[in-house]
Ligand binder design. Structure first.
Ligand code: PA5
Length: 444
């Protein structure tokens, strides 16, 4: 099972914070388990790994098989919580070079997560001559970026296959009843999947939002859900510091209070990069409100040791580091011996890449500790679907606990809504006329 380790934390947290935080954590635990805290209407993810809709789960697998059978590519259109989880899981379990690999599953392109015409045109060109399908994902069904991207890709699909053919290739993941996307899907007869009412975007990776794209890429979704279910049980039953989510939530909160408001999440595997992005959204959007919250940043080691490493070692002393260790690599590569030893590397001849990486981890841990950076280590159960399921649930649960420790609503995102409204107004969306004039005057 996943495990949290604290490295010499007593140097930074001199008071016994676990005992002090236990009552608040117990309260937070009850709030999450009984949906009775702030934003309790959005805690459907807490028991999701057990209570998920089994009939829909079977439909997800069937849709994935259909896409695998008739498409060389899947265009996944979504932004924020409707995108990052799926991308993180595919990168982590299938490779960041997934689309370049020889495989029996379709390429997966993530679109609608920005507004770059060049990025969109590039994918359109890559799809030239390739059969493709679309999974459009938006809980609200009104978010501008995915809606705009969907127009382009849907038009292309309908041009190629006609409206009837395209109907077989569009899958919409959205609210069960509301929103423009749901109305459109019903009117056009596209297959739909549901983002449950009580699950917000950034907690939705284990719903159809994440599951359909990752199943298309060949990820074992049963194992992913199974791993999450194991961690769910731990979090439900172990309402104390033996629960890794409690340990993590409490320690980072204590560090925040002790003058470390910035958390840097690190991993030594480039395949984890988009899981870092997913984590940043989860924690940034859940905690950063009411003038509070830890700032979530991320680094990819060892690459970033040659850039951010300097700052982490000796810049402003207000950061702590959480390192995700994924364990042994799938491939064991050993440094070859070179008779001439021109590069002086023969002291490593015969050693595995994992051995070298692990020494880098230890060396960095000690250097950062000595430089004044508190360190937490999350030991994942490996780089498998089961282990990633555990990790996803672990982070989600700790995030809920953490939001309640901070006394914020961990399940809303008023800041994101503010930008969306301004954008609608500036683009002239009907209904926003007054706001448009006001914003334009401010921009002058
Ligand atoms: O976590 C969230 O709620 C947000 O990041 C949303 O996922 C994001 O804004 C996309 O929203 P929607 O799925 O409604 O298009």
């Amino acid at each position: 099972m996943l495990n949290v380790k604290l490295f010499q934390m007593q140097k930074f947290l001199t008071e016994p914070y676990e005992e002090a935080l236990a009552p608040a954590l117990k309260e937070a635990q009850v709030k999450l388990q009984t949906a009775s805290g702030l934003g309790g209407d959005f805690t459907g993810w807490v028991h999701l790994p057990r209570d998920y809709d089994k009939e829909e789960f079977a439909r997800i697998k069937a849709a994935a098989a259909k896409i695998q059978g008739n498409s060389k590519a899947l265009v996944v259109i979504g932004i924020g919580g409707s995108y990052l989880g799926a991308r993180g899981v595919i990168d982590c379990l299938c490779s960041p070079n997934y689309n370049l690999k020889k495989k029996n599953t379709p390429n997966v392109y993530f679109m609608g997560n920005g507004l770059s015409a060049d990025a969109m045109k590039e994918v359109m060109d890559l799809l030239d001559g390739q059969d493709f399908s679309i999974n459009v994902i938006s809980k609200s069904g009104t978010t501008t970026e995915p809606a705009v991207a969907f127009r382009f890709f849907r038009a292309e699909l309908e041009k190629r296959y006609g409206k009837t053919g395209a109907k077989e290739r569009i899958f919409a993941t959205t609210d069960k009843a509301r929103g423009a996307l749901k109305s459109l899907a019903d009117a056009e007869g596209w297959e739909t999947f549901v983002v449950p009412d009580n699950v917000g975007g950034r907690y939705s990776v284990l719903t159809a939002v994440g599951l359909l794209p990752v199943a298309v890429a060949g990820v074992d979704v049963d194992a992913l859900m199974g791993g999450a279910a194991k961690m769910m049980e731990v979090c439900e039953k172990q309402a104390d510091f033996s629960c890794p989510s409690w340990q993590y939530a409490a320690t980072r909160f204590a560090l925040y209070k002790a003058g470390y408001p910035i958390e840097v999440l690190a991993c030594y595997d480039p395949a984890f990069r988009f899981m870092l992005e997913w984590w940043k959204q989860l924690y940034g959007e859940s905690e950063g409100k009411d003038g509070k919250g830890l700032f979530p940043a991320s680094v990819e080691f060892t690459a970033d040791l040659h850039s951010m490493g300097q700052y982490m070692q000796s810049g402003t002393r207000n950061i702590f580091e959480t390192v995700v260790r994924l364990g042994a690599s799938e491939n064991q590569l050993y440094v070859p011996k070179d008779e001439e030893d021109g590069d002086g590397l023969n002291f490593l001849a015969g050693e595995s890449m994992d051995y070298i990486r692990d020494r880098a981890m230890e060396g960095t841990l000690l250097a950062h500790y000595e430089g004044g950076v508190p360190n937490l280590i999350i030991e994942a159960d490996g780089k498998t679907a089961d282990a990633l399921g555990q990790l996803i649930y672990f982070f989600e649960y700790a995030c809920g606990l953490s939001g309640y420790l901070l006394e914020v609503n961990p399940f809303d995102q008023p800041g994101v809504e503010a930008y969306k409204k301004n954008m609608f107004a500036l683009l002239g969306k009907p209904g926003y006329e007054d706001r448009k004039a006001e914003l334009e005057a401010k921009l002058k």
